[in-house]
Write a protein that binds this ligand. Structure first.
Ligand code: SF4
Length: 249
């Protein structure tokens, strides 16, 4: 498999599990992982954030910088201790109580993430763990390991409600479209605190697909809040949408 950058019209769909492995080979070194930066932002009412490098999807609306597509070129390696220290120090400076890892896919590089969570446990912070649901959907034991961390709130961000929509907008083969839903089932079974977000922007997701997504959530027993996302006109999103032939903004 040739490592994919951002999607172009006529792209060849990829296996997201294989892309996860290829990406980890680029962004993990022992228990360290690549990050581009650490700073506080206003979302979630103020949150100290570490921006990781690398993802296992190639969403055409993605706002993340180009480290997502070219992980060899961006970022520096940080140990779990360095990451925990930077997250906490920035939070204390701004007097905020929430931490998160964002940027690429935070649930790649499992050893690294679990070590960071171990280091932060019991320090009085809430850790928002954002994920596209591919890594925990692929391995049921991941949610069980997260269940050891009562301070976390997982945010599973769904990208599609059908196999077709999943393939068209993430670049991953449609046959993998249910993995994020399997992640939700796994989190429910493990008793992990989580909530669901979904990129249901009508300019990207047809109404029938949105209905399918909501129906799928009901069928797996999720009756909680769904945070419906809109696609904002970030420069990176515009470049990716244009390259994929979808100038919607
Ligand atoms: S939107 Fe999220 S899941 Fe999709 S490519 Fe960007 S970082 Fe990855």
């Amino acid at each position: 498999m040739i490592y994919p950058g951002y999607l172009r019209e006529g792209f060849e769909p990829f296996d997201p599990i294989e892309l996860a492995q290829l990406t980890e080979a680029k962004v993990a070194r022992g228990s360290s992982r690549k990050y581009t930066d650490f700073y506080c932002v206003g979302v979630y009412g103020g949150i100290s954030t570490g921006y990781t490098v690398g993802c296992c999807l190639r969403c055409i609306f993605c706002w993340v910088d180009f480290s997502r597509d070219f992980p060899d070129k961006y970022g520096d390696f940080y140990s779990p201790e360095e990451v925990a220290h930077r997250l906490v120090a920035n939070a204390q400076r701004k007097r905020i109580s929430k931490l998160r890892i964002s940027g690429g896919e935070p649930m790649l590089c499992r050893e690294h993430l679990l070590s960071v969570l171990d280091l932060l446990q019991g320090q009085g912070f809430t850790f928002i763990l954002e994920t596209n649901g591919i890594p925990p959907g692929d391995d049921d034991s991941y949610a069980q390991e997260l269940a050891r961390h009562p301070d976390i709130d997982v945010r599973v961000s769904l990208k599609a409600g059908t196999a077709k929509g999943f393939q068209e907008r993430t670049g991953a083969k449609g046959e993998f479209w249910r993995l994020p839903f399997e992640a939700i089932e796994s989190l429910m079974r493990a008793g992990v605190t989580f909530h669901v977000a979904a990129m249901t922007d009508a300019r990207l997701m047809p109404p029938e697909e949105r209905k399918s997504l909501l129906r799928e959530l009901r069928q797996i027993g999720y009756d909680g809040y769904v945070e419906e996302e809109m696609c904002d006109p970030y420069r990176t999103s515009l470049v990716r949408l244009q390259a994929a032939g979808r100038e919607i903004l």
